[in-house]
Design a protein around this ligand. Structure first.
Ligand code: HEC
Ligand code: HEC
Ligand code: HEC
Length: 549
């Protein structure tokens, strides 16, 4: 029997001794023994499938799927579900765990889009159940619709909220959870500081995460959990300090305290803090971090077989080689002023470092003992789309489109203040500017609305604003009133033109030279364009014969 009650009984060889065992193991050739059974692991071939795989989803933050404005965007719960299901044979014993805000994009709901955001959170929660999410340490956004709604969504997801340091309206968050996977008792506990600059959701109190986590960890040991995972929704620095001060976790999963807006974060590499592997996947389901634990015998200390330390060593060596080479070049320039013996010595240093680098090799499983492997799976289309998740998502889009069409039927744009212009639409401009209109009609801007209609999202509040003209501007359009202002028309760039159309000779009534910075600030920014989007290249598509040339 592995783990479980037996592990609890063998507690003299528990945490303190496994820490000792690790330091012995990492100092290489020393014989393993010394009275503690768990360290005396016999040599055995590495298991074929991981004893336990942990899928890490940090800070999903309301991201059901990417907007689709450009190809190959990262994210999509349908792809994530498809991926995890496809791995059932490769990693039969697995847990999906999260940290950070999962359900909403922002910490506060916008009055207009409240219903849409609530339905999106429900769709996500139902999808998390399909993903197999077991637990997460919540972030501030999760309370965006109140603690009662968070409790309901948690139930829909079928996952536990874990935050040992929170009291009050926590939506049923608990300190610990012990679960059995593949015969191993896995202990989960976590802490959260849900909010920006110390502000907590209404009715929630937070105590010191260090004290709470240490207590929860001790509780997990008492319950006989040999594999212990901490879920923490904390700032990166605070999380790393916590991993350093509260020992006893093989894995710590980190998520943000809150998230805001649709911007995508860059990935965070894994880090080993003492014997705890600290893992954080980037927000908005861009990717899933995967930790495979291979248990050999009765050892629950895991050595790195994925090359995290190797990568650090490699970076260090490469850095030193660059510096040495630069110095040698400098010396060469200085000529006879440097002693030949010094140059020769540095050259030998360089040769030695280069040889070390060449012989670093790749990480492979240790000859004995348990080990872990880390990998990162970007969430991309080619992972496939789970049909049930896709259907859920489609139902959400159709429902939102129909709801908004009716609910906002009477939503009109703000009136035009006296002495300013309203929007007239491209047909009016085209009457006098025939060549410009003809050219514009050939650009993607002229079809921007059709792309939304095609996917039933023309009434979706997340989408419509950039695909119409004068959105929510005085005398412009709204989600339901866009008839003459569909697509990205002349007036998006040249400004509203009612007074110009009536009095073309007054040069102050129209912007003759729209600023290039307008493109990126209003529409062409990630994730709606690729990061390398270049306005000067884009300009060659909107300016041409008949328009601005
Ligand atoms: C009634 C005819 C008419 C309509 C309608 C009209 N324009 Fe014009 N527009 C003109 C004329 C004529 C000029 C040239 C004015 C001048 O040179 O003094 C002009 C000039 C411009 C210029 C400045 C060109 C420059 O080099 O200074 C822009 C930009 C422009 N129009 C855009 C628009 C847009 C956008 C619309 C629709 C909102 C529009 N126009 C509607 C007749 C019209
Ligand atoms: C902040 C502005 C903005 C928002 C919001 C926005 N889009 Fe876009 N969309 C763009 C831009 C810019 C492009 C053109 C991208 C490019 O080709 O570089 C685009 C292009 C598209 C295209 C055409 C893609 C193609 O390959 O032809 C589709 C479809 C689309 N968007 C759908 C959506 C949907 C669905 C949403 C809501 C979830 C949305 N957009 C929200 C700015 C936006
Ligand atoms: C994506 C932004 C954009 C859109 C959409 C757009 N324009 Fe322009 N337009 C420009 C820019 C930029 C210039 C060049 C200004 C300069 O020379 O600096 C320009 C130049 C012009 C000029 C100056 C005279 C000329 O043709 O050389 C006119 C008139 C004009 N546009 C009319 C229109 C009309 C009418 C439409 C709609 C059918 C339209 N534009 C759509 C950005 C836009």
């Amino acid at each position: 029997m592995r783990g479980g009650a037996q592990a609890a009984r063998s507690s003299p060889c528990g945490r303190r001794s496994w820490l000792l065992a690790i330091s012995i193991l990492s100092s290489a050739a020393l014989a393993l023994g010394g009275g503690c059974k768990s360290a005396a692991t016999p040599a055995a071939p590495p298991p074929k499938t991981p004893s336990l795989r942990i899928y890490v989803v940090s800070t999903a933050a309301g991201a059901l799927e990417p907007c689709g404005c450009v190809k190959d965007q990262l994210g999509g719960i349908d792809h994530a579900v498809s991926y995890v299901k496809s791995q059932a044979a490769t990693a039969p014993n697995s847990l999906v765990l999260g940290a950070g805000p999962m359900l909403f994009t922002d910490p506060r709901l916008d009055a207009t889009s409240r219903t849409q955001d609530e339905w999106k959170a429900e769709t996500l929660a139902a999808s998390f159940r399909m993903l197999g999410l077991v637990a997460w340490a919540p972030g501030a956004n999760d309370w965006a619709d109140g603690a009662d709604q968070l409790a309901a969504l948690r139930a829909t997801a079928g996952a536990a909220l874990i935050a040992a340091n929170l009291t009050g309206k926590t939506a049923g968050a608990r300190a610990t959870l012990v679960t059995e996977v593949g015969g191993y008792k896995v202990g989960l506990c976590g802490v959260s500081q849900p909010g920006e600059a110390g502000a907590l959701p209404a009715g929630v109190q937070a105590s010191d995460p260090h004290v709470a986590l240490a207590k929860a960890e001790a509780e997990l040991e008492k319950q006989g959990a040999r594999i212990r995972v901490a879920l923490v929704a904390l700032g990166r620095g605070a999380a790393l300090r916590l991993a350093d001060s509260v020992k006893g976790f093989q894995v710590m999963i980190v998520g943000k305290t809150f998230d805001q807006g649709e911007g995508n974060d860059a990935p965070t590499p894994p880090e080993l803090v003492g014997h705890t592997l600290v893992v954080q996947s980037p927000n908005h389901l861009q990717g899933i971090a995967v930790v495979d634990l291979y248990v050999r015998g009765d050892a629950f200390e895991f050595q790195d077989a994925s090359g995290i330390q190797l990568a650090e060593k490699k970076t260090d060596l490469e850095g030193r080689i660059v510096v040495l080479k630069q110095r040698l070049v400098e010396w060469q320039k200085a000529g006879s002023k440097v002693k030949a013996a010094d140059v020769a010595a540095r050259r030998r240093d360089l040769a030695r470092l280069e040889q070390q680098l060449a012989h670093l090799g790749t990480a492979s499983p240790p000859k004995q003992g348990s080990f872990f492997r880390y990998s990162f799976q970007p969430v991309v289309q080619k992972l496939g789309a789970d049909p049930v998740a896709t259907a859920l998502m489609q139902r959400y889009y159709d429902r939102v489109n129909e709801h908004n069409r009716v609910a906002f039927a009477n939503r009109l744009p703000p009136p035009v203040p006296a002495g300013q212009s309203g929007y007239v639409g491209d047909a009016v401009c085209g009457k006098c500017h025939k060549s410009e209109h003809k050219f514009w009609s050939t650009t993607p801007h002229a079809h921007a609305y059709a792309t939304l209609v095609a996917v039933h999202k023309q009434y979706n509040l997340d989408c419509v604003g950039c695909h119409v003209t004068g959105y929510e501007k005085p005398g412009g359009s709204t989600v339901t009133h866009a008839d003459k202002l569909e697509n990205v028309q002349c007036e998006v760039c040249h400004g509203p033109g009612s007074r110009h159309a009536a009095d073309p000779k007054n040069p102050t009534f129209i912007d003759a030279a729209p600023s290039r910075s307008l493109c990126a600030s209003s529409c062409h920014h990630p994730p709606h364009v690729h990061a390398d989007w270049d306005v000067s290249v884009a300009f060659t598509h909107i300016i041409g014969k008949g328009h601005g040339m």
